[in-house]
Design a protein around this ligand. Structure first.
Ligand SMILES: Cc1ncc(COP(=O)(O)O)c(C=O)c1O
Length: 433
């Protein structure tokens, strides 16, 4: 296990960044308020975040963290954040309804035997819960008790039509006795997206269709009501990331107990970035020197800042040191499998899906196919152990689809959330690599 580089010298925020924060916080023109979380403040901080280890980060906090928003007195006239706040009961775990979500932890680690690869391992968060797993479980296991403890009546979230996060939130939120609504934006139709969307409807999600992602802020203003508990896209924010700080410690215990060798790097899909953020914070809190390869699934030039900002929020919440330089050095971002964009299958992903199938692993085209393509590449070219962190639920969807409507039965405003493929046929692969 190598030595990590020393922490950077602590500096105070530059005037430019401070002005960006202040403009954003005051809603002044020039920094258009982006209440859904990411674009504005990440743009302001991009590339400069590392130089601000000691500054206060009101804009970041407001954007991704409803509790911090509230603490700073940010009123939700134009944002959907939780009302009816009560003090957080530290360590509460679904006390109101213990049956609603019981994560199955630790998730297994297994070697992956795929032709042409060496030292490839998988941490299977697909098996994190039943009847639906994946990477949203560790996040919801923190967010749901918080919502219940605060007396929330409804979970309100946002995503694309085929969002795994919307499905998981609907399933476990409903089980916890909450209403669950999601603002969903259109995405390219794939069979996987359709099944996820229908399953979410089947478990009782109220879908609030958006004409496009750009209309989220306006829609939030319209639909937010008293008793809402806002969960950001992909459950991003401090609490979402915290779900993965503990996951990194879980990995450390598995390495320590000899279940797998210390991975040289782990490969994980990046959407909102909270999974990667939590892993960075958690890994830095263990003796592991494992690096994180974050595989981008959408074109987003600010993704590094988005991840690091969430890492800061999670670390602060967990009273851990802010190690921006170390986190940043551990984080390698790969944007070469984004292809035509979010939700659009790419050729390398299709090939990776076929290879994964040979090892009995099912992937989705949006996230895990792209991440696995990179894991395979590393498993082929590098002999050091590579850990692929599987983030897609491995539970069969059929039970959740049992009470779901058919796509053609839906009103047009919902049906149209899955856009026909106008880009031509999905890429085909001629066989395993
Ligand atoms: C299957 C899957 N993998 C990875 C991700 C990305 O995780 P994050 O949003 O924490 O970056 C998502 C996000 O929705 C997902 O559904």
């Amino acid at each position: 296990m190598g030595e990590m580089p020393p922490e950077p010298a602590q500096t105070t925020p530059s005037g430019r960044v401070r002005r960006a924060w202040n403009n954003h916080a005051s809603g002044r023109p020039g920094r258009r308020a982006d209440r859904t979380g990411v674009a504005t403040w990440a743009g302001a901080l991009d590339g400069r975040l590392e130089r601000e280890p000691r500054g206060r980060w009101p804009a970041v906090e407001r954007a991704v963290d409803p509790i911090e928003s509230d603490r700073h007195g940010w009123q939700p006239a134009d944002a959907a954040i939780t009302r009816n706040r009560k003090p957080i009961e530290a360590g509460a775990h679904l006390s109101s309804n213990p049956q609603s979500l019981v994560p199955s932890l630790p998730t297994p680690v297994t070697p992956l035997h795929i032709a042409g690869t060496r030292g490839l391992w998988m941490k299977n968060d697909g098996a994190s819960a039943s009847p639906y797993g994946g990477n949203k479980i560790r996040k919801l296991a923190i967010l749901l008790p918080d919502a219940l403890n605060r007396g929330a009546r409804r979970l309100l979230t946002v995503g694309a039509a085929g969002s795994h996060h919307a499905l998981a939130t609907a399933l476990y939120g409903k089980r916890a006795g909450l209403e669950v609504s999601a603002l969903l934006a259109p995405q390219l139709h794939t069979e996987h997206a359709e099944r996820t969307f229908l399953a979410a409807l089947g478990v009782g999600l109220e879908v609030l269709p958006l004409p496009s992602v750009a209309s989220v802020a306006d829609a939030l203003r319209r639909v937010t009501r008293k008793g809402d508990y806002w969960i950001g896209p992909g459950a991003m924010g401090a609490m979402g990331a915290m779900g993965y700080t503990s996951a990194a410690r879980e990995l450390w215990h598995q390495v320590e107990s000899g279940a797998l060798p210390e991975p040289d790097r782990l490969v994980v899909a990046v959407g909102s970035g909270s999974t990667a953020a939590g892993l960075l914070v958690g890994l830095a809190d263990t003796p592991l020197s494992t690096r994180v390869v974050g595989v981008q699934t959408a074109k987003n030039p600010t993704v590094r800042s988005v991840i690091l900002a969430q890492a800061c929020l999670a670390a602060r919440r967990e009273h851990l040191p802010i190690r921006l330089r170390e986190w940043s050095q551990r984080l390698e971002l790969r944007s070469d499998v984004v292809g035509a964009g979010y939700g659009v299958p790419c050729e390398r992903g299709v090939r990776a899906t076929q290879n994964a199938a040979s090892a009995g692993l099912k992937l989705d085209p949006t996230y895990t196919a792209k991440a696995f393509a990179i894991a395979l590449e590393l498993g082929r070219t590098d002999t050091a152990p590579t850990l692929y962190w599987h983030t897609l639920s491995s539970a069969p969807l059929e039970p959740l689809l049992a009470s779901a409507p058919k796509l053609e039965q839906l009103p047009a405003r919902l049906r149209h959330l899955l856009r026909p493929n106008t880009l031509g046929d999905p890429p085909k692969s001629t066989g395993s690599e």
